[in-house]
Design a protein around this ligand. Structure first.
Ligand SMILES: *Cc1c(COP(=O)(O)O)cnc(C)c1O
Ligand code: SF4
Length: 444
């Protein structure tokens, strides 16, 4: 591989979009302008890209909006990164803008909350699944909505297909979460996600950060955000937000506690010269950044593209931490890929750069098993796309199954999934080969 990972998109690239032709750099870098001009409806999209897309594509998008489990919201920055000459294949379009013609039927075993987060939630807005760490969901809105969101059961406004579950969205509800964390001395590590920490006003960011730092047994915190990937300019122009984050990081450091930022870059195209400048701000302030990606079909599921993403992240001092198997969420079967793909890409990427800049590929085991190294399956039936995992330190004695998307299987295997009895038999067989004797230990 050459140094193409250095070659970041620069200049006023947004001028290629009719609606942004007249927008100067200062305006484009203004995070409030980005928020105000985010696209939320098919009409707004048409207005923005006008003659760039064909009427057939626009029609396809309109139908896609109606059938999607997630609301739509795309920043001008992301719109400007789409190659509108090839919108169907574009990795940015695929993540945020649904088209009806690409949708596939769901796998018969898919559910809305595939990770059983609601079952592991002792108070609204907190998922306590692992011994020493918990996931706090203080907000249900994001600067963009990702089609593949694992929390489509809760995130964003209701859609035609999903009434969203309530998260803890108010400071009063947050206090119940803080009280729970304070009552559990084993909780050392809190992930603050959502929703998205980018949308927390600076005073709430500080309120949450300080409340958690004040709990003596909390040693580590991470704020998770998709923001830098789709609106990096906020880190350049929202000084109050960056200052609030810096205050918490600095205060944590003075207490011997670790506070970091977790980003969510998926496509190498999301990283531009604007991103580079933005990440320099965080680096300059001593804020450590890790990245979590989702392995998504048509976005980063080719070895060279994942390698490019990983090298670009390392180049910006962002540590690639995880690449997740796409969760088994409904309505986005066209974005999932197989366990075998993850195993192959991992093999290709490992060895191309520093080990600490090489992500671990994980499958967040459906049914609440937590994250497992993709390679660590007890049994993997590649023909029928059934991988069985166990998680001895998370849910002892239980087994968890990940199903590959059916359209990626052989025609004969696809046929088998259409027969419920045969499907049951295949799952039974895979569990037996994995050494699972008691099937009551497999979450439905
Ligand atoms: C991902 C996750 C965490 C953090 O796990 P790490 O492997 O430490 O990144 C904590 N709680 C829940 C529920 C999670 O999904
Ligand atoms: S930013 Fe995160 S929480 Fe928000 S829609 Fe995307 S994946 Fe879901």
């Amino acid at each position: 591989m050459t140094t193409t990972y250095h070659d970041l998109l620069g200049g006023e690239f947004w001028h290629a979009i009719p609606a942004y032709e007249e927008i100067d750099e200062a305006t484009f870098l203004d995070h409030l302008w980005q928020q105000r001009h985010s696209v939320k409806t098919p009409e707004e999209l048409v207005e923005t890209i006008r003659e760039l897309a064909s009427p057939e594509f626009i029609r396809d998008v309109e139908l896609g909006f109606h059938r999607a489990p997630m609301a739509v919201r795309v920043s001008p920055y992301a719109i400007a990164l789409v190659d509108w000459n090839h919108p169907y294949d574009d990795p940015i379009r695929r993540q945020f803008i649904p088209v009806a013609s690409a949708l596939l039927p769901d796998h018969p075993r898919l559910v809305l909350d595939s990770l059983h987060e609601q079952a592991d939630s002792p108070v609204p807005g907190l998922v306590h699944r692992y011994v020493d760490k918990a996931l706090f969901l203080p907000i249900a809105v994001c600067p963009v909505y990702c089609r593949f969101c694992t929390r489509s059961y809760a995130i964003g406004p209701d859609t035609e297909n999903v009434d969203k579950v309530e998260l803890a969205k108010t400071p009063k509800q947050w206090h119940d979460v803080f009280a729970y964390i304070a009552s559990r001395p084993e909780l050392e590590d809190i992930v603050i996600s959502g929703g998205d920490a980018y949308q927390l006003p600076p005073k709430n960011l500080e309120l949450i950060g300080n409340a958690l730092l004040d709990i003596p047994h909390v040693r580590r915190m991470r704020f998770a955000t998709k923001g830098p990937a789709i609106m990096p300019m906020k880190l350049l122009t929202d000084e109050a937000w960056v200052d609030a984050l810096t205050h918490i990081v600095d205060r944590g450091r003075s207490m011997g506690k670790d506070v970091v930022l977790h980003t969510h870059f998926n496509a190498p195209e999301e990283i531009t010269e604007i991103t580079q400048r933005a990440m320099r701000v965080l680096f300059g302030r001593g804020i450590f950044v890790r990245n979590q990606s989702v392995l998504i079909r048509g976005v980063n599921d080719e070895p060279e593209r994942m390698q490019l993403l990983v090298r670009r992240l390392g180049y910006l001092n962002v540590h690639p931490y995880y690449v997740y198997m796409h969760d088994m969420v409904k309505g986005v079967e066209d974005l999932r890929t197989t366990i075998q793909t993850a195993v192959d890409i991992e093999k290709f990427v490992r060895g191309s750069t520093a080990g600490f800049n090489t992500p671990t590929f994980v499958c967040d085991a459906p049914g609440g098993g937590g994250k497992r190294d993709v390679h660590s399956y007890e049994h993997y039936d590649r023909e029928n796309g059934i991988a069985v995992y166990t998680a001895p330190s998370v849910k002892r004695g239980r087994a968890f199954i990940y199903f590959d998307p059916i359209d990626r299987l052989s025609p004969a295997a696809q046929e088998r999934w259409h027969n419920e009895c045969v499907a049951q038999e295949m799952i039974h067989e895979a569990l037996a080969r994995a050494g699972v004797r008691d099937e009551s230990l497999v979450p439905a």
